[in-house]
Design a protein. Structure first.
Length: 293
């Protein structure tokens, strides 16, 4: 099933705002036209008239920008529930067709940049219902360095690949979005805990499964005098190393401490959140309740 008109408009807005986050100029109308062409329409007016207003089922969209030195940048669009998983294979097939076989290539950089909007106050929104047909939302301010994961952050994955000699070969930028049934609010698609998107993308493109990425996260400590701890973990929830316990500190100082560690690995706030969220969930389950994050 095709994307709806509203979904294409949302995708254009995402491309517009996140392209700015990548430090590039952007026009909303340009993205509307580009998406229309990728869907087989001559222009946005034709797409607007031809696409359904909504669709009654969950779907996803994956957009890939492939930049190879000496070649015109190529943009690909896939839609359907499996689109985020299939897009890396589309890119690989295109590279092979262009006589650039990526088998065995290495990744020199993989990141989701912190969005421009992160400079503004952020909030954790919690919804709850006391009765049927009653819904209340509570917004809790987040510290600027808080790595709490947010599915409404749509900055893309940016990956650079190098050949067997270590020479830069191409850059891949991926936007992965899920739309729930009849919803106009897209969320970022982050894959499955058993197969992080990093591993899936790199293995599909290069044929080689990489090691899990590592980062630092903040968890509860069993030490009553030092209630929090910094640990090094991987993105499948495994603890690699206990770094240190932290004394009672204001929240701002706790997150600043953690950011210092993740800066050593050149991780954005989004990178750190994606790597550590499974570890935080694991600690919460082990403790039988919620963790600090």
């Amino acid at each position: 099933m095709c994307l709806s008109r509203k979904q294409v408009l949302e995708l254009a807005k995402i491309l517009h705002s996140t392209t700015k986050a990548l430090g590039q100029s952007s026009k909303l109308s340009t993205h509307q036209e580009k998406l229309s062409h990728l869907l087989g329409y001559r222009h946005w007016n034709a797409a607007s008239a031809g696409l359904p207003e909504t669709i009654p089922e969950e779907t996803a969209a994956a957009i890939a920008l492939l930049e190879v030195p000496g070649q015109t940048p190529m943009t690909f669009l896939a839609h359907g529930r499996a689109a985020p998983w299939k897009m890396p294979l589309v890119v690989r097939d295109y590279l092979i067709a262009q006589s650039l076989d990526p088998d065995g290539f290495g990744v020199t950089s993989y990141t989701r940049p912190t969005p421009v909007l992160a400079q503004k106050p952020r909030f954790l929104t919690i919804g709850f219902s006391r009765a049927v047909d009653e819904h209340t939302e509570y917004r809790e301010p987040l510290d600027p360095n808080d790595i709490s994961y947010c599915h409404h952050n749509h900055t893309p994955i940016v990956v650079t690949f190098a050949d067997h000699t270590g020479r830069f070969s191409f850059k891949l930028t991926l936007w992965l979005v899920t739309f729930s049934a009849l919803s106009d609010s897209p969320i970022y698609f982050n894959g499955a805990s058993h197969k992080p998107m990093y591993n899936s993308i790199v293995e599909t493109v290069t044929g080689v499964e990489p090691f899990n990425r590592k980062g630092y996260c903040l968890v509860n400590s069993d030490d009553a005098r030092n209630p929090h701890a910094v640990i090094k973990c991987d993105e499948q929830g495994r603890e690699i190393e206990h770094i240190r316990n932290l004394p009672p500190l204001p929240e701002r100082e706790l997150w600043a401490e953690l950011k210092t560690y993740n800066n050593q690995l050149n991780l954005s706030l989004t990178d750190a959140a994606e790597i550590t969220q499974s570890t935080v969930y694991m600690y919460a389950e082990y403790a039988g309740g919620e963790t600090f994050d």
